[in-house]
Design a protein around this ligand. Structure first.
Ligand SMILES: NC(=O)c1ccc[n+]([C@@H]2O[C@H](COP(=O)([O-])OP(=O)(O)OC[C@H]3O[C@@H](n4cnc5c(N)ncnc54)[C@H](OP(=O)(O)O)[C@@H]3O)[C@@H](O)[C@H]2O)c1
Length: 236
């Protein structure tokens, strides 16, 4: 089996920050498994595959689907035999929620996608990650999941789900450390993507460069930190 600097799984690789993670990891020589819901509907990934050859594999993954998560584990096992990094990037944000017209379905979807899926996918890949080289898991969360910073009723399904993701990360700190795996919860900044919107001050390129630098420099001390793309601590 050919070896590369790192074997990395990126979820939600079709666009936005996920696509930029795929781009930058390929550019530095990593092997990337780009997981997205609809590979046929992700032309930017297909274009990257043309250049990257066998360093890029595109795989269908709906993170909220158990069979889909199991199929990723199978692909990783068959193709690499181990994995060095997981970047849990896939996420959903419902706009224009307001008190008085809340939709329970939006909360369920946000919880499934943003909180439960990263926990269960980590669980599924744990043995393969434990076999990785300097293995690490990054959970892309949001400062909107910070309970300490919350001072208004804003994006409740998203904020509650990201707060739950932060708890999932803290819960995983001990078992990850026991398996020799570093972990981190990362806020990417406010970034110009479909989710961040056109007013966002940061380009995906800058946010992802910062996030990858933070992941690469993670101390392996068992702590699960909540950091932004510059490596600065955020309040829980
Ligand atoms: N942009 C910001 O300012 C900002 C700020 C804080 C945190 N974040 C976090 O950063 C991450 C990436 O956000 P983004 O700005 O790049 O958003 P985006 O442009 O809206 O992209 C979201 C990505 O998640 C994927 N996704 C959604 N549900 C999925 C599912 N069930 N299974 C698999 N993939 C799924 C989407 O895939 P499809 O193409 O199939 O829809 C898409 O690739 C998210 O976790 C988000 O919460 C972003």
């Amino acid at each position: 089996m050919a070896t590369f600097p790192s074997r990395i799984l990126v979820t939600g690789g079709s666009r936005g920050l996920g696509l930029e993670f795929v781009r930058q990891c390929l550019a530095r020589g990593d092997a990337v498994l780009a997981a997205c819901r609809d590979p046929a509907g992700a032309p930017a990934l297909a274009a990257l595959a043309d250049e990257a050859g066998d360093r890029l594999r595109v795989h269908a993954l709906d993170v909220s689907d158990a069979a889909s998560r199991a199929s990723v584990r199978e692909v990783v096992a068959a193709h690499w035999g181990a994995i060095d990094r997981i970047i849990h990037n896939a996420g959903v944000l419902v706009r224009d929620e307001r008190l008085g017209a809340l939709d329970p379905a939006a909360f369920r979807e946000a919880f499934e996608t943003n909180a439960l899926a990263p926990l269960l996918l980590t669980e599924a890949l744990l043995p393969l990650l434990g076999e990785g080289r300097a293995p690490a898991v990054a959970f892309i969360t949001s400062q909107l999941g910070s309970i300490a910073r919350t001072d208004r009723f804003y994006t409740p399904s998203y904020a509650m789900a990201k707060a739950a993701l932060n708890m999932a990360g803290r819960l995983l700190a001990e078992p990850l450390h026991a398996a020799g795996i570093a972990g981190v919860l990362l806020h990417p900044g406010w970034v110009r993507t479909a989710m961040g919107g056109p007013q966002a001050p940061l380009e995906p390129r800058e946010a992802v460069a910062g996030l990858l630098a933070v992941i690469d420099a993670l101390p392996r001390d068992g702590a699960m930190r909540f950091l932004d793309y510059r490596g600065e601590e955020l309040p829980w």
